[in-house]
Design a protein around this ligand. Structure first.
Ligand code: UD1
Length: 370
C-alpha cells in the first residue's frame, strides 16, 4: 500500500516524524515523503529533519511563499503532477496549514483516499486560515484521526460517519516524549542565552491576526516589554513577525527581551521544559506545555485545542495589554496552572494510526475513498 505523507511547515515535520517511523517498520505499507516546500529556511526546515531523524523527502515541490490563495493553488498544481506519476493508494495529511488542505483537495479530485491526522479541531473562528483549512480537509477526508475527545464530537456534529473517526492521541506528543531526554542532555541553549531554570519566559508569536496589524501587535508587545522588566524573555521570533516589528518600530522596546530567531526543535523543547511560563499563539505549543506541565498564556481569544485549557496548563489571555500583563504577574507570584496530561497523549499515537490504516487500508482503497 503506497501512501504519500505530506509535509510543508515546521509543525508538520514534528507530527510526521513518528508516523514515518512506524510506517517504515510496518509490513505492507510503502511510505513516500513529500515536502511541498512551504517552509524553506534552513532553521525552519532542514534542522528539523536532521534532529528528528526524518528521512529526506522523496519528492520536493519547492513552492515557497506567496499569498494564501496562490500558495494553495501552486501546491495543488504541482501535487497533481506527483499524484499522476506516483499513483498512491492513499494520501496522508497532518494539521491545518496550506499544504494540508491543498494536497487533500488534489487527492480528492483524483478519488484517492485522504487520511487526516489531527482532525476535528475547531476554533469556530473563520478569520483564521487554519480554521478554513481544518473544515475543508475534514470534509474531504476518508479516515480521520483525532487528538482529543471534543474533536470527535465536532466531526459527528458536522455529519462525519463515526466509523471513519479514530481517537488515537497526539503524534506531536510522541515526538516530544521521544526527544525530551536527548534535548536535556545535548542542548546548550540555556547557557547560550544565559538563562537559569524557571527564571525566564519563552515566547513565540506568528498568527497574521496578531502580527500584521499595528494596533494589535503594539499592545501585545507593550505587555511583553512590561513582563520583561520582571523576568527575562526569550522571543523565538518568526520571520513574518520580525519584519512587522521592525516596520511598526516595536523591535527595541526592552533590553530584557532576547530576540532569538526560530529555534531548532531540541533547543525549543529545552527552553519550554525549564521555563517559568510560555507566551504564544501557536497551536502546538499549547499542547506541548500541557505535557510538560509549564504554564502557558495563549495570546488568542479562542483555541481549537480546548483540552489544553480544561485539563492542561493553558490559559487564554487574548490580546489586551493589561490582561496579558496581569496573567503573567499571577504566574510570577506562584500561581499558574500545571494541569495534567490529556488522555492518550502517551507517545503511542503513531502506532495506533498505523494499526488502523493497516486494518482499514484495503477496504478504503477498494471503495475509491468513498
Ligand atoms: C504557517 C501556517 C501556520 C503555522 C505556521 C507554523 C498556513 C496558512 N499557516 O504559517 O498555521 O502555525 O506555518 O510556523 O499554512 N517565511 C520565511 N521562511 C520560511 C517560511 C516562511 O521567511 O521558511 C516567511 C515568508 O515571508 C512568508 C511568511 O514567513 O511569506 C509566512 O510563511 P507561510 O508559510 O505562508 O505561513 P506561516 O506564517 O509560517
Amino acid at each position: 500500500m503506497k501512501i504519500i505523507n505530506v509535509v510543508g511547515t515546521r509543525p508538520n515535520f514534528i507530527k510526521i516524524a513518528p508516523v514515518m517511523e512506524q510506517m517504515l517498520e510496518s509490513d505492507g505499507i510503502d511510505p513516500i515523503l513529500l515536502h511541498t516546500g512551504q517552509h524553506y529556511d534552513a532553521n525552519m526546515n532542514q534542522v528539523f529533519f536532521d534532529q528528528l531523524g526524518i528521512p529526506r523527502p522523496d519528492i520536493d515541490l519547492g513552492v515557497g511563499s506567496g499569498s494564501l490563495a496562490s500558495q494553495v493553488a501552486e501546491i495543488i498544481k504541482r501535487f497533481d503532477v506527483a499524484l499522476d506519476k506516483e499513483k498512491p493508494a492513499a494520501v496522508l495529511v497532518v494539521g491545518d496549514v496550506s499544504s494540508t488542505v491543498a494536497c487533500a483537495l488534489a487527492a480528492s479530485y483524483r478519488r484517492i483516499p485522504v487520511i487526516h491526522v489531527e482532525a476535528g479541531l475547531r476554533s469556530f473562528d473563520m478569520d483564521m486560515p487554519e480554521e478554513i483549512n481544518r473544515l475543508l480537509t475534514d470534509r474531504l477526508a476518508d479516515l480521520l484521526f483525532t487528538t482529543e475527545p471534543c474533536a470527535g464530537v465536532n466531526l459527528k456534529r458536522e455529519g462525519v460517519d463515526p466509523d471513519k473517526i479514530h481517537f488515537v492521541g497526539n503524534v506531536m506528543v510522541d515526538t516530544l516524549l521521544k526527544h525530551r531526554r536527548v534535548a536535556n542532555e545535548t542542548s546548550g541553549v540555556l547557557d547560550r542565552f544565559g538563562l537559569e531554570k524557571r527564571n525566564y519566559a519563552v515566547m513565540t508569536l506568528h498568527r497574521p491576526s496578531n502580527v500584521d496589524h499595528k494596533d494589535v501587535l503594539t499592545p501585545i508587545m507593550q505587555a511583553v516589554a512590561e513582563i520583561s522588566q520582571k523576568i527575562k524573555i526569550v522571543f523565538a521570533v518568526h520571520p513574518r513577525t520580525e519584519k512587522k516589528m521592525r516596520e511598526f518600530g516595536l523591535d527595541n522596546l526592552s533590553d530584557s527581551i532576547i530576540l532569538a530567531g526560530p529555534q531548532p526543535y531540541l533547543d525549543m523543547l529545552q527552553l519550554m521544559d525549564h521555563a517559568k511560563m510560555v507566551l504564544t499563539d501557536s497551536g502546538g505549543m499549547q499542547e506541548e506545555t500541557s505535557v510538560l506541565g509549564v504554564p502557558c498564556l495563549t495570546i488568542r481569544k479562542n483555541t481549537e485545542r480546548p483540552v489544553t485549557v480544561e485539563e492542561g496548563s493553558n490559559t487564554l489571555v487574548g490580546t489586551d495589554r493589561d490582561t496579558i500583563a496581569r496573567a503573567a504577574d499571577e504566574i510570577l507570584c506562584g500561581g499558574g496552572k500545571d494541569g495534567r496530561c490529556p488522555e492518550l497523549w502517551d507517545g503511542h499515537a503513531a502506532q495506533r494510526i498505523v494499526n488502523v490504516i493497516r486494518e482499514w487500508g484495503p477496504s478504503l482503497i477498494n471503495s475509491g475513498g468513498r
